[in-house]
Design a protein around this ligand. Structure first.
Ligand SMILES: *Cc1c(COP(=O)(O)O)cnc(C)c1O
Length: 407
C-alpha cells in the first residue's frame, strides 16, 4: 500500500482553540460549511516533501532555524524559538519569566484552556481577570485596580500577567503595560490566535501582537490562521531569554559536552517537517489575513441590523478576525443555542464561544476578578464559518441562514 502523498486540501477541522468538538478533527461532514479548515496547498507540499527527502524529519534540520528567522522578521521580534505546541510555548514562556510553584499568575478569564494549563503545570496559581466589552480581552481597569489595591494593602503581587488576544483581536495593552510597569510585573502575551494582528495607533503603533510583553507565544495548531499541523513559537527581544528558551525546549542539553543536562528540560522542539509546513504558511500569511478581513467585512455589512453584537472594531487595535464571532440577543426564549441549532440544520458549521476559565472544573477554586462579561460572551457568543478559502457562495448561504433565523 502506498501512503497518500496528497494532503486533504480542505480537510475538515473544527476550530475555536480545540474546545467542544462535536466531530473528530479532520472528519468531514458532507454538505456542512466548515467553521475553519487549514488552507494547505502546493507550496506546503513542496516544503514538506523537501523535508522528508532531505532525511531531516526530526527537530534537527534547516527548516526549523529558517522558520524561526522568518517568523521573527514577520512579527518584528529579535528572536523566535519554535516549539512543539502553543501550550508548550506558554509553558516555557512562564518559566522564562520566573514563575515558580506557589506563585500567582494573572490571566485572561475568557480564553481557551491552553492559556492556563501551563500555569498549573508549574504549580502556580491562576487569578482570572474578566474581559472588557470593548475588545473581549482582559479588562485593563480591573487589572490596574487590583494591582494598585494589593500594592497599597501590602499584599503579594503576581509574578506574571498573561494577556490573551482572543479571536485575533489585540488587547488594549497601553493601560495594561502601565499598570504592570508600576508594579514591576512581567507580561506574557498569549498571541496564539492573533498572528497577523497588531496596533496601528498609540504607543505600540506598528507593533505586532506578542512583541510588546517580555515574552510572546503563538500557536500553529490546525485551527489557527497558519498551521504546522501542531506547533508554537516563543518570541522575545531578550537575548538571554531566547537562549534559555532554546535550551529548555531541547532537554536542557549543554552543547559539546557528552550528555550533560544542567537542569530539568523539556522535549518541546518543533520538527523539521512541521517547520517546512510553517514556512509555506508564513509565505501565504498576508493572503490569509486579507481573506479573513474580506470575510469579516462582508459579514459586518450583511449582518448589520440583525439583533446581534458584531465583533469588536476598535480604532488602532487591528484584528485579523481569526474566528468571526457575534453575540446573539435573546428574545422570546430564542437565543444563541437556538441559532446554533438552526445553522446546523442549514449545513452551517458554527460554534459557541468558550466557557470562561473560572467555570472550568480544574480551576473552580481560582480567584476571579469580575467574570460577568466572560459569562455573557459564553452564553451569547458564536463563531461563523470563516476558513480562508470560504467561497462567496458558501458565505451567502451562511448569511441567508442567519437572516432566516431572525425573519
Ligand atoms: C490554541 C491556543 C493555545 C494552545 O495552542 P496549542 O498549539 O493548541 O497548544 C493557547 N492559547 C490560546 C488562546 C489558543 O487559542
Amino acid at each position: 500500500m502506498t501512503p497518500p502523498m496528497t494532503p486533504p486540501m480542505t480537510g475538515r477541522l473544527e476550530a475555536g482553540g480545540g474546545a467542544g468538538e462535536t466531530h473528530a478533527p479532520g472528519a468531514r461532514v458532507a454538505g456542512m460549511i466548515p467553521l475553519a479548515v487549514p488552507n494547505i496547498g502546493a507550496l506546503e507540499r513542496h516544503y514538506v516533501v523537501e523535508a522528508v527527502e532531505s532525511g531531516y524529519v526530526s527537530s534537527v534540520g534547516p527548516f526549523v532555524a529558517e522558520f524561526e528567522d522568518r517568523f521573527a522578521h514577520r512579527v518584528g521580534a529579535r528572536h523566535a524559538v519554535a516549539c512543539a505546541t502553543g501550550t508548550a510555548a506558554i509553558h516555557i514562556g512562564l518559566v522564562l519569566l520566573g514563575v515558580e510553584r506557589g506563585d500567582e499568575v494573572f490571566c485572561s478569564d475568557f480564553t481557551f484552556v491552553g492559556s492556563v494549563n501551563p500555569i498549573a503545570y508549574l504549580g502556580a496559581r491562576p487569578v482570572f481577570v474578566d474581559s472588557e466589552t470593548r475588545t473581549w480581552n482582559l479588562d485593563p481597569a480591573l487589572l490596574a485596580a487590583e494591582l494598585d489595591r494589593r500594592a497599597s494593602a501590602g499584599e503579594p503581587l503576581p509574578t506574571v500577567v498573561e494577556v490573551v488576544h482572543v479571536l485575533g483581536q489585540p488587547a488594549d495593552l497601553e493601560p495594561i503595560v502601565d499598570a504592570c510597569e508600576r508594579h514591576g510585573i512581567a507580561i506574557l502575551e498569549d498571541a496564539a490566535e492573533s498572528l497577523g494582528a497588531g496596533w496601528s495607533a498609540g504607543r505600540y503603533s506598528g507593533k505586532h501582537t506578542g512583541t510588546v510583553g517580555r515574552v510572546g507565544c503563538f500557536s500553529f495548531n490546525g485551527n489557527k490562521i497558519a498551521t504546522t499541523g501542531g506547533g508554537g513559537m516563543i518570541v522575545t527581544d531578550d537575548d538571554e531569554l531566547a537562549a534559555r528558551a532554546r535550551h529548555l525546549t531541547t532537554q536542557a542539553k549543554v552543547p559539546d559536552v557528552g550528555y550533560l543536562h544542567d537542569e530539568v528540560g523539556y522535549n518541546y522542539r518543533l520538527t523539521n517537517i512541521a517547520a517546512g509546513l510553517g514556512l509555506a504558511q508564513l509565505e501565504r500569511l498576508d493572503d490569509f489575513v486579507a481573506a479573513k478581513h474580506r470575510i469579516a467585512a462582508r459579514y459586518d455589512e450583511a449582518l448589520r441590523g440583525l439583533p446581534l453584537n458584531l465583533p469588536p472594531r476598535v480604532t488602532g487595535l487591528d484584528a485579523t478576525y481569526w474566528l468571526y464571532s457575534v453575540l446573539v440577543e435573546e428574545a422570546d426564549g430564542r437565543g444563541r443555542d437556538e441559532l446554533l441549532a438552526h445553522l446546523e440544520h442549514h449545513g452551517v458549521g458554527a460554534r459557541a464561544l468558550w466557557r470562561p476559565l473560572h467555570a472550568q472544573p480544574p480551576f473552580a477554586d481560582a480567584p476571579v476578578l469580575g467574570g460577568r462579561v466572560g459569562d455573557d460572551l459564553f452564553r451569547r457568543g458564536l463563531s461563523l464559518p470563516c476558513a480562508t478559502d470560504l467561497t462567496d457562495r458558501d458565505q451567502s448561504r451562511v448569511i441567508d441562514a442567519m437572516h432566516s433565523f431572525f425573519a
